[in-house]
Design a protein around this ligand. Structure first.
Ligand code: NAP
Length: 285
Protein backbone atom coordinates (compact mmCIF):
# COMPACT_ATOMS: atom_id res chain seq x y z
CA UNK A 1 0.00 0.00 0.00
CA UNK A 2 1.30 3.45 -0.97
CA UNK A 3 0.52 6.89 0.39
CA UNK A 4 -0.66 8.88 -2.62
CA UNK A 5 -1.31 12.64 -2.67
CA UNK A 6 -3.58 13.91 -5.47
CA UNK A 7 -3.62 17.55 -6.58
CA UNK A 8 -6.78 18.51 -8.49
CA UNK A 9 -8.70 15.87 -6.55
CA UNK A 10 -12.06 17.52 -7.21
CA UNK A 11 -11.56 17.64 -10.99
CA UNK A 12 -13.01 15.28 -13.56
CA UNK A 13 -10.10 12.80 -13.52
CA UNK A 14 -9.11 13.67 -9.93
CA UNK A 15 -12.40 12.42 -8.47
CA UNK A 16 -12.08 9.03 -10.15
CA UNK A 17 -8.42 8.79 -9.14
CA UNK A 18 -9.39 9.35 -5.51
CA UNK A 19 -12.21 6.76 -5.68
CA UNK A 20 -10.13 4.17 -7.52
CA UNK A 21 -6.82 4.49 -5.65
CA UNK A 22 -8.56 4.44 -2.24
CA UNK A 23 -9.34 0.74 -2.76
CA UNK A 24 -5.71 -0.28 -2.27
CA UNK A 25 -3.87 2.82 -1.08
CA UNK A 26 -4.00 5.65 1.41
CA UNK A 27 -5.04 8.77 -0.48
CA UNK A 28 -4.49 12.42 0.47
CA UNK A 29 -6.82 14.49 -1.73
CA UNK A 30 -5.88 18.16 -2.27
CA UNK A 31 -8.01 20.81 -3.94
CA UNK A 32 -6.92 24.24 -5.12
CA UNK A 33 -7.94 25.53 -1.65
CA UNK A 34 -5.27 23.29 -0.12
CA UNK A 35 -2.51 23.97 -2.65
CA UNK A 36 -2.15 26.38 -5.56
CA UNK A 37 0.60 25.00 -7.78
CA UNK A 38 1.36 28.48 -9.16
CA UNK A 39 2.62 29.51 -5.71
CA UNK A 40 6.06 28.19 -4.77
CA UNK A 41 5.32 28.66 -1.05
CA UNK A 42 2.02 26.83 -1.30
CA UNK A 43 3.69 23.86 -3.03
CA UNK A 44 6.59 23.79 -0.54
CA UNK A 45 4.12 23.68 2.35
CA UNK A 46 2.43 20.52 1.05
CA UNK A 47 5.77 18.69 0.81
CA UNK A 48 6.92 19.93 4.21
CA UNK A 49 3.66 19.13 6.03
CA UNK A 50 2.53 15.82 4.55
CA UNK A 51 4.13 12.44 4.23
CA UNK A 52 3.45 10.53 0.99
CA UNK A 53 5.25 8.27 -1.51
CA UNK A 54 3.66 9.50 -4.74
CA UNK A 55 2.16 12.80 -5.84
CA UNK A 56 -0.26 12.81 -8.78
CA UNK A 57 -1.09 16.18 -10.31
CA UNK A 58 -4.08 16.68 -12.59
CA UNK A 59 -3.94 20.48 -12.17
CA UNK A 60 -3.98 22.28 -15.50
CA UNK A 61 -5.09 25.34 -17.40
CA UNK A 62 -6.54 23.38 -20.30
CA UNK A 63 -9.21 25.26 -22.23
CA UNK A 64 -7.32 25.54 -25.51
CA UNK A 65 -8.79 28.84 -26.70
CA UNK A 66 -8.19 30.46 -23.30
CA UNK A 67 -4.58 29.23 -23.37
CA UNK A 68 -4.11 30.97 -26.72
CA UNK A 69 -5.58 34.20 -25.37
CA UNK A 70 -3.72 34.00 -22.06
CA UNK A 71 -0.40 32.19 -22.70
CA UNK A 72 1.10 33.61 -19.48
CA UNK A 73 -1.49 31.75 -17.39
CA UNK A 74 -1.04 28.65 -19.53
CA UNK A 75 2.71 28.55 -18.86
CA UNK A 76 2.28 29.57 -15.23
CA UNK A 77 0.01 26.62 -14.40
CA UNK A 78 1.11 23.94 -16.88
CA UNK A 79 4.86 24.59 -16.87
CA UNK A 80 6.01 26.78 -13.93
CA UNK A 81 3.58 25.14 -11.47
CA UNK A 82 4.93 21.79 -12.62
CA UNK A 83 8.45 23.05 -11.98
CA UNK A 84 7.58 23.88 -8.35
CA UNK A 85 6.15 20.37 -7.94
CA UNK A 86 9.15 18.75 -9.64
CA UNK A 87 11.85 20.55 -7.63
CA UNK A 88 10.12 19.64 -4.37
CA UNK A 89 9.53 16.04 -5.46
CA UNK A 90 13.26 15.84 -6.15
CA UNK A 91 14.20 17.46 -2.83
CA UNK A 92 11.91 15.13 -0.82
CA UNK A 93 12.62 12.04 -3.01
CA UNK A 94 8.99 11.48 -4.10
CA UNK A 95 7.58 10.06 -7.31
CA UNK A 96 5.61 12.57 -9.41
CA UNK A 97 2.84 11.60 -11.84
CA UNK A 98 2.06 14.44 -14.27
CA UNK A 99 -1.13 14.10 -16.31
CA UNK A 100 -0.45 15.30 -19.83
CA UNK A 101 -2.25 15.38 -23.14
CA UNK A 102 -2.56 14.11 -26.73
CA UNK A 103 -2.24 17.79 -27.73
CA UNK A 104 1.56 17.52 -27.52
CA UNK A 105 1.30 16.03 -31.06
CA UNK A 106 0.82 17.90 -34.35
CA UNK A 107 -1.73 15.45 -35.79
CA UNK A 108 -0.07 15.24 -39.19
CA UNK A 109 0.12 11.44 -39.20
CA UNK A 110 -2.75 8.99 -39.86
CA UNK A 111 -1.54 6.46 -37.27
CA UNK A 112 -2.13 6.54 -33.49
CA UNK A 113 0.77 8.08 -31.56
CA UNK A 114 2.73 5.80 -29.23
CA UNK A 115 4.95 6.72 -26.29
CA UNK A 116 7.97 6.86 -28.63
CA UNK A 117 6.35 9.24 -31.18
CA UNK A 118 7.92 12.69 -31.47
CA UNK A 119 5.84 15.52 -29.93
CA UNK A 120 5.38 18.71 -31.92
CA UNK A 121 2.56 20.77 -30.40
CA UNK A 122 0.67 23.28 -32.54
CA UNK A 123 -1.04 25.36 -29.88
CA UNK A 124 -0.12 27.12 -26.63
CA UNK A 125 -1.84 24.53 -24.46
CA UNK A 126 0.20 21.72 -26.06
CA UNK A 127 3.45 23.70 -25.88
CA UNK A 128 2.96 24.53 -22.19
CA UNK A 129 2.06 20.91 -21.34
CA UNK A 130 5.08 19.59 -23.26
CA UNK A 131 7.25 22.03 -21.29
CA UNK A 132 5.71 20.54 -18.11
CA UNK A 133 6.59 17.03 -19.33
CA UNK A 134 10.20 18.00 -20.04
CA UNK A 135 10.53 19.65 -16.63
CA UNK A 136 9.24 16.53 -14.83
CA UNK A 137 11.63 14.22 -16.67
CA UNK A 138 14.52 16.66 -16.34
CA UNK A 139 14.20 17.06 -12.55
CA UNK A 140 13.10 13.56 -11.66
CA UNK A 141 14.36 11.06 -14.23
CA UNK A 142 12.93 7.64 -13.36
CA UNK A 143 10.82 9.14 -10.55
CA UNK A 144 8.94 11.23 -13.13
CA UNK A 145 5.84 9.74 -14.77
CA UNK A 146 4.14 11.41 -17.74
CA UNK A 147 0.65 10.03 -18.28
CA UNK A 148 -0.88 11.34 -21.50
CA UNK A 149 -4.67 11.09 -21.71
CA UNK A 150 -7.13 12.43 -24.29
CA UNK A 151 -10.74 13.59 -24.66
CA UNK A 152 -11.74 12.70 -21.11
CA UNK A 153 -15.26 11.87 -20.08
CA UNK A 154 -16.16 11.14 -16.48
CA UNK A 155 -19.02 11.59 -14.07
CA UNK A 156 -17.52 14.39 -12.04
CA UNK A 157 -17.88 17.95 -13.14
CA UNK A 158 -15.14 20.22 -11.83
CA UNK A 159 -15.92 23.24 -9.74
CA UNK A 160 -15.51 25.59 -12.70
CA UNK A 161 -18.58 23.83 -14.18
CA UNK A 162 -16.72 22.66 -17.22
CA UNK A 163 -18.39 19.66 -18.75
CA UNK A 164 -17.33 17.00 -21.24
CA UNK A 165 -18.35 16.05 -24.80
CA UNK A 166 -20.78 13.31 -23.75
CA UNK A 167 -22.69 15.59 -21.37
CA UNK A 168 -22.72 18.32 -24.03
CA UNK A 169 -24.17 15.99 -26.68
CA UNK A 170 -26.84 14.65 -24.30
CA UNK A 171 -27.84 18.18 -23.33
CA UNK A 172 -27.95 19.49 -26.91
CA UNK A 173 -30.05 16.52 -28.04
CA UNK A 174 -32.80 17.53 -25.63
CA UNK A 175 -33.52 20.69 -27.61
CA UNK A 176 -32.15 20.00 -31.11
CA UNK A 177 -33.55 17.41 -33.58
CA UNK A 178 -30.20 17.39 -35.41
CA UNK A 179 -26.63 17.91 -34.27
CA UNK A 180 -23.70 18.89 -36.51
CA UNK A 181 -20.49 17.31 -35.24
CA UNK A 182 -16.90 17.56 -36.53
CA UNK A 183 -16.03 14.52 -38.65
CA UNK A 184 -12.46 15.34 -39.74
CA UNK A 185 -10.69 15.36 -36.36
CA UNK A 186 -9.78 12.03 -34.76
CA UNK A 187 -8.86 11.22 -31.16
CA UNK A 188 -9.11 8.46 -28.54
CA UNK A 189 -12.01 9.13 -26.15
CA UNK A 190 -11.05 8.19 -22.60
CA UNK A 191 -13.22 7.27 -19.62
CA UNK A 192 -11.73 8.72 -16.46
CA UNK A 193 -12.40 5.46 -14.56
CA UNK A 194 -10.21 3.59 -17.08
CA UNK A 195 -7.49 6.27 -16.97
CA UNK A 196 -7.48 5.97 -13.15
CA UNK A 197 -7.20 2.19 -13.43
CA UNK A 198 -4.30 2.54 -15.93
CA UNK A 199 -2.44 4.74 -13.43
CA UNK A 200 -3.14 2.32 -10.59
CA UNK A 201 -1.59 -0.50 -12.65
CA UNK A 202 1.61 1.51 -13.15
CA UNK A 203 1.80 1.99 -9.38
CA UNK A 204 0.93 -1.58 -8.38
CA UNK A 205 3.39 -3.05 -10.90
CA UNK A 206 6.15 -0.80 -9.53
CA UNK A 207 7.07 0.43 -12.99
CA UNK A 208 9.88 2.94 -13.43
CA UNK A 209 9.04 6.42 -14.65
CA UNK A 210 8.72 7.49 -18.28
CA UNK A 211 6.04 8.34 -20.77
CA UNK A 212 2.74 6.41 -20.76
CA UNK A 213 -0.33 6.71 -22.99
CA UNK A 214 -3.33 6.19 -20.70
CA UNK A 215 -6.23 6.60 -23.14
CA UNK A 216 -8.82 3.97 -23.95
CA UNK A 217 -7.98 1.78 -26.94
CA UNK A 218 -9.23 2.66 -30.42
CA UNK A 219 -9.97 6.02 -31.99
CA UNK A 220 -12.76 7.82 -33.83
CA UNK A 221 -13.89 11.20 -35.07
CA UNK A 222 -16.06 13.42 -32.85
CA UNK A 223 -18.91 12.61 -35.28
CA UNK A 224 -18.49 8.83 -34.77
CA UNK A 225 -18.22 9.39 -31.03
CA UNK A 226 -21.52 11.34 -30.99
CA UNK A 227 -23.30 8.76 -33.15
CA UNK A 228 -22.16 5.96 -30.83
CA UNK A 229 -23.49 7.79 -27.75
CA UNK A 230 -26.99 7.94 -29.24
CA UNK A 231 -26.82 4.37 -30.61
CA UNK A 232 -25.99 3.04 -27.14
CA UNK A 233 -28.88 4.87 -25.46
CA UNK A 234 -31.14 4.26 -28.48
CA UNK A 235 -32.01 7.96 -28.75
CA UNK A 236 -33.46 9.35 -31.95
CA UNK A 237 -31.46 12.40 -33.05
CA UNK A 238 -29.85 13.12 -36.43
CA UNK A 239 -26.07 13.45 -36.15
CA UNK A 240 -24.63 15.21 -39.20
CA UNK A 241 -20.94 15.38 -40.14
CA UNK A 242 -19.26 18.72 -40.73
CA UNK A 243 -15.72 20.00 -41.16
CA UNK A 244 -13.60 21.63 -38.46
CA UNK A 245 -12.96 24.34 -41.08
CA UNK A 246 -16.51 25.58 -40.54
CA UNK A 247 -16.03 25.73 -36.76
CA UNK A 248 -14.19 28.86 -35.66
CA UNK A 249 -11.74 28.43 -32.78
CA UNK A 250 -8.83 30.54 -31.58
CA UNK A 251 -6.56 27.53 -31.04
CA UNK A 252 -5.61 25.09 -33.77
CA UNK A 253 -6.30 21.42 -32.96
CA UNK A 254 -4.34 18.42 -34.22
CA UNK A 255 -6.37 16.63 -36.91
CA UNK A 256 -5.38 13.26 -35.49
CA UNK A 257 -4.37 12.91 -31.85
CA UNK A 258 -5.23 9.22 -31.40
CA UNK A 259 -3.05 7.51 -28.81
CA UNK A 260 -2.03 3.92 -28.29
CA UNK A 261 0.15 2.41 -25.59
CA UNK A 262 3.12 0.13 -26.09
CA UNK A 263 2.48 -1.34 -22.62
CA UNK A 264 -0.03 -4.13 -23.40
CA UNK A 265 -0.11 -5.11 -19.70
CA UNK A 266 -1.57 -1.68 -18.88
CA UNK A 267 -3.91 -1.19 -21.85
CA UNK A 268 -7.43 0.03 -21.11
CA UNK A 269 -10.57 -1.38 -22.77
CA UNK A 270 -11.83 0.00 -26.09
CA UNK A 271 -13.45 3.45 -25.84
CA UNK A 272 -16.88 2.04 -26.78
CA UNK A 273 -16.70 -0.26 -23.77
CA UNK A 274 -15.77 2.71 -21.56
CA UNK A 275 -18.57 4.79 -23.04
CA UNK A 276 -21.17 2.08 -22.32
CA UNK A 277 -20.04 1.88 -18.69
CA UNK A 278 -20.04 5.67 -18.38
CA UNK A 279 -23.60 5.93 -19.72
CA UNK A 280 -24.63 3.23 -17.25
CA UNK A 281 -22.86 5.11 -14.46
CA UNK A 282 -24.83 8.27 -15.17
CA UNK A 283 -27.92 6.08 -15.63
CA UNK A 284 -28.77 7.14 -19.14
CA UNK A 285 -28.92 3.69 -20.67
N1 NAP B 1 -10.31 17.10 -20.16
C1 NAP B 1 -9.74 16.52 -21.21
O1 NAP B 1 -10.40 16.16 -22.18
C2 NAP B 1 -8.25 16.29 -21.20
C3 NAP B 1 -7.64 15.78 -22.36
C4 NAP B 1 -6.27 15.54 -22.35
C5 NAP B 1 -5.52 15.81 -21.20
N2 NAP B 1 -6.15 16.33 -20.10
C6 NAP B 1 -5.34 16.60 -18.92
O2 NAP B 1 -5.89 15.82 -17.87
C7 NAP B 1 -5.79 16.51 -16.63
C8 NAP B 1 -7.10 16.47 -15.90
O3 NAP B 1 -8.14 17.00 -16.72
P1 NAP B 1 -9.61 17.16 -16.12
O4 NAP B 1 -10.55 17.09 -17.26
O5 NAP B 1 -9.78 16.25 -14.94
O6 NAP B 1 -9.53 18.68 -15.62
P2 NAP B 1 -10.42 19.42 -14.51
O7 NAP B 1 -11.71 18.71 -14.31
O8 NAP B 1 -10.45 20.86 -14.89
O9 NAP B 1 -9.53 19.24 -13.20
C9 NAP B 1 -8.35 19.97 -13.00
C10 NAP B 1 -8.16 20.16 -11.53
O10 NAP B 1 -6.99 20.94 -11.33
C11 NAP B 1 -7.29 21.97 -10.40
N3 NAP B 1 -6.41 23.12 -10.62
C12 NAP B 1 -6.41 23.98 -11.67
N4 NAP B 1 -5.46 24.92 -11.48
C13 NAP B 1 -4.86 24.64 -10.29
C14 NAP B 1 -3.82 25.27 -9.54
N5 NAP B 1 -3.22 26.39 -9.97
N6 NAP B 1 -3.45 24.70 -8.37
C15 NAP B 1 -4.06 23.60 -7.91
N7 NAP B 1 -5.07 22.97 -8.56
C16 NAP B 1 -5.46 23.50 -9.74
C17 NAP B 1 -8.74 22.31 -10.67
O11 NAP B 1 -9.29 23.00 -9.56
P3 NAP B 1 -10.58 23.94 -9.75
O12 NAP B 1 -11.73 22.98 -9.92
O13 NAP B 1 -10.62 24.73 -8.50
O14 NAP B 1 -10.33 24.76 -10.98
C18 NAP B 1 -9.32 20.91 -10.86
O15 NAP B 1 -9.60 20.30 -9.64
C19 NAP B 1 -5.23 17.89 -16.96
O16 NAP B 1 -3.86 17.90 -16.63
C20 NAP B 1 -5.40 18.04 -18.46
O17 NAP B 1 -4.35 18.81 -19.02
C21 NAP B 1 -7.48 16.57 -20.08
Amino acid sequence: MKKIAIIGSNGQLGQDLVRHLRRNHEVLPFTRNDVDITSRQSVEKIFALYDFDILITTAAFHKTDECEINPEMSFLVNSIGTKYLSENAKKYDKKLFYISTDYVFDGLTQEPYTETSMPNPINIYGISKLAGEKIVRNYLGDNGYIIRVSSLFGKAVSTNKQTNFVYTMLKLAQTNPELKVISDIRMSPTYTVDAASYIEKIISKGMVGGIFHGSNQGDCSWYEFAKTIFEIIDYDVAVLPFSHKEFLTVARSPLNSSLSTKYSELASPHWKDGLKRFLQEIQIE
